[in-house]
Design a protein around this ligand. Structure first.
Ligand SMILES: O=C(O)c1cc(C(=O)O)c2c(n1)C(=O)C(=O)c1cc(C(=O)O)[nH]c1-2
Length: 578
């Protein structure tokens, strides 16, 4: 989209959730830098009036900030000059949607293009608002919340389309990616993650995948033949993450989530194409290539984490790379032009469920004692690392074009996993496993690390221990800093060349699961982040749960959070003193 390209090319704006279409989360601004970031002070704050997990970040476009909130998904336009609310939009949504959301009532933010603000509501309605007035321009229904098809993802505008996904992998929802016309809301294409070739928009002869050390056509029924019977119809592969776009390839990149249910005994087979990286043509939705990271998932290693596009040297060769930090604990570098697998290495030494990824077949080599399928239903498989929430979950990483490193907020958490038989009832949770999660044993005792990663060699460069999972999205800037938030509520900025050097630390009103962003207004650089504890890691606090088994097993390990923070929902914006 020419308008969005123009807006994102100007570093004074923060016009997309990731700052750009490559998902890099890097800003060219450098007024705030490694030398002075320690002097930052609060410039202003804003409460959304909602006390649940605040993910994503506001957008800043030409002097106006657009903010969103978790359910009920309020939208505010704020004039930067006065911090006055220009307009507010509050959709009427049925509160019955709330219990249909697996991992808190989060929303990952807005999209903007050509005078319109796009909001993907929890009840699955995708809406376009007039950016000047907040008036509703069009609305389209993307899924049926009564069946568990709800939404948390940010919509993304690429070309003349707004692209969105769907949640509900824990309800047996069959995942898809859909594109709507930004002007009319008319659906242009919809491609499923599983099922018949035609419904996935896969061409058996043209769509390729990595097999036997080469990129080859997937062949007919590549998904159907990896499922038993009709299980694919309630097979998951939802698409609630962050999407990226390469204009030269005219392709959108994203990941599909876990197969349903979490009890692997009920769905023998590879369950393609859940747990996969996808490249689709933006105009037609046709699948260029697809690569499955975790065939036959036995641990809920949902594959939706963001695809970061970067032009880097991989093993000495200039490469149009796609870099992906998967829930399963492996970081993947692929050639995004054709889906060739180049690097797959662990980005946390605790990862133990697989020894390595076989580079010829692309398949992880599973350690049998951690195979929950082999151990069978009603057997508790203990000590699996990472836990179901992965070495990284939705919290997006950043790429820095100066250091050529990736800055990755990670989890350092292991689990016990006990699958059990579950019957599918439309609109009811379809989970099929009991989990408990705890800090990776025999390590620093904390549940997270902030790391730098070399995607060419597949190695951790530096690792900074954190007490809790780092559930906030990272930012790097030309000013030499990398910033992220913590679940206790600290915004931290470190030296991007030496991340153990903490240059700035500030305690915001609540735990941070939002993404750090930056912008410039009237010659001054600002840096901000949402705070508001929640998401899966903070579900115990956000939803008031108490028992370890509640919150899909995430309550236990994060119980200590209540000693550090409370519920909240506010934006804190920092700048340098005059
Ligand atoms: O399968 C799904 O459809 C689905 C949806 C979501 C979501 O929409 O937030 C999450 C997950 N799965 C999930 O597995 C997960 O770990 C998770 C964490 C979070 C979060 O916001 O902290 N959402 C989700």
């Amino acid at each position: 989209n020419a308008d969005v390209e123009k807006l994102t090319a100007n570093p004074k704006n923060w016009a997309m959730q990731a700052g750009d279409m490559y998902n890099q989360r890097h800003s060219q601004l450098k007024q705030i830098n490694a030398g002075n970031v320690g002097k930052m002070q609060v410039a202003w704050t804003f409460s959304t009036g909602v006390l649940r997990g605040h993910e994503g970040s506001p957008l800043v476009i030409d002097g106006t900030m657009y903010l969103h909130s978790p359910f009920p998904n309020k939208v505010f336009a704020i004039e930067l000059e006065t911090q006055k609310i220009i307009w507010k939009y509050e959709p009427k949504q049925d509160p019955a949607v709330i219990p249909q959301m697996c991992c808190d009532t989060v929303n990952r933010g807005l999209a903007y293009a050509e005078g319109k603000v796009f909001l993907q509501q929890a009840d699955s309605n995708l809406v376009a608002l007039d950016a000047k007035t907040g008036k509703l321009i069009w609305t389209v229904k993307n899924g049926d919340p009564k069946l568990g098809a709800v939404n948390t993802n940010a919509p993304h505008v690429f070309k003349d389309k707004v692209i969105t996904g769907i949640s509900g992998g824990e309800w047996g929802v069959r995942g898809f990616l859909a594109a709507y016309d930004i002007n009319t809301g008319k659906q242009v294409w919809k491609g499923y993650s599983v099922g018949p070739d035609a419904e996935m928009l896969i061409d058996p002869a043209k769509t390729t995948t990595w097999t036997d050390g080469a990129v080859k056509p997937v062949g007919p029924d590549s998904s159907l033949k990896t499922w038993k019977g009709d299980q694919w119809k309630i097979g998951g592969g939802t698409t609630w993450g962050w999407f990226s776009y390469d204009k030269a390839l005219n392709s959108v990149f994203y990941g599909s989530g876990n197969p349903s249910t979490w009890n692997p005994a009920q769905r023998p087979g590879d369950n393609k194409w859940t747990m996969s990286i996808w490249s689709r043509d933006v105009d037609t939705g046709k699948v260029n290539w697809v690569y499955q990271m975790t065939p036959y998932d036995e641990w809920d290693f949902d594959g939706v984490n963001e695809m970061i596009l970067a032009d880097i040297n991989v093993k000495g060769k200039p490469t149009k790379a796609l870099v992906h930090f998967d829930r399963n604990g492996f970081a993947y570098t692929l050639d995004r032009t054709n889906g060739a697998l180049l690097v797959a290495q662990k980005y946390d030494p605790a990862v133990n469920w697989a020894t390595h990824v076989d580079m010829k077949t692309g398949r992880p080599q599973v350690v049998s004692k951690y195979s929950t399928a082999q151990n069978g239903p009603d057997v508790n498989t203990k000590g699996v690392c990472p836990a179901a929430l992965g070495t990284k979950d939705q919290q997006p990483a950043a790429f820095d074009p100066d250091t050529k490193l990736f800055y990755v907020p990670t989890n350092h958490v292991c689990m016990d996993y006990e699958p059990f038989a579950v019957e599918y009832t439309a609109g009811q949770p379809y989970v099929g496993a009991t989990l408990s999660m705890y800090p990776a044993p025999g390590s620093h005792g904390g549940m997270g690390n902030f790391i730098t990663w070399d995607a060419s060699s597949g190695k951790i460069v530096q690792s900074k221990a954190e007490k809790f999972s780092v559930w906030s999205g990272a930012l790097t800037t030309a000013g030499g800093i990398a910033c992220y938030g913590t679940l206790e509520g600290y915004l931290k900025c470190v030296d991007k060349k030496n991340i153990s050097k903490e240059l700035f630390k500030f305690k915001t009103p609540s735990g941070i699961i939002g993404n750090v962003f930056t912008y410039e207004y009237k010659g001054k650089q600002y840096l901000g982040v949402f705070s508001g504890i929640g998401g899966w890691a903070g579900i115990g606090m956000a939803a008031g749960l108490e028992k370890d088994q509640e919150g899909l097993g995430a309550v236990g390990g994060y119980r200590e959070l209540s000693q550090y923070t409370e519920l909240g929902g506010s934006l804190t914006v920092f700048t340098l003193p005059n």
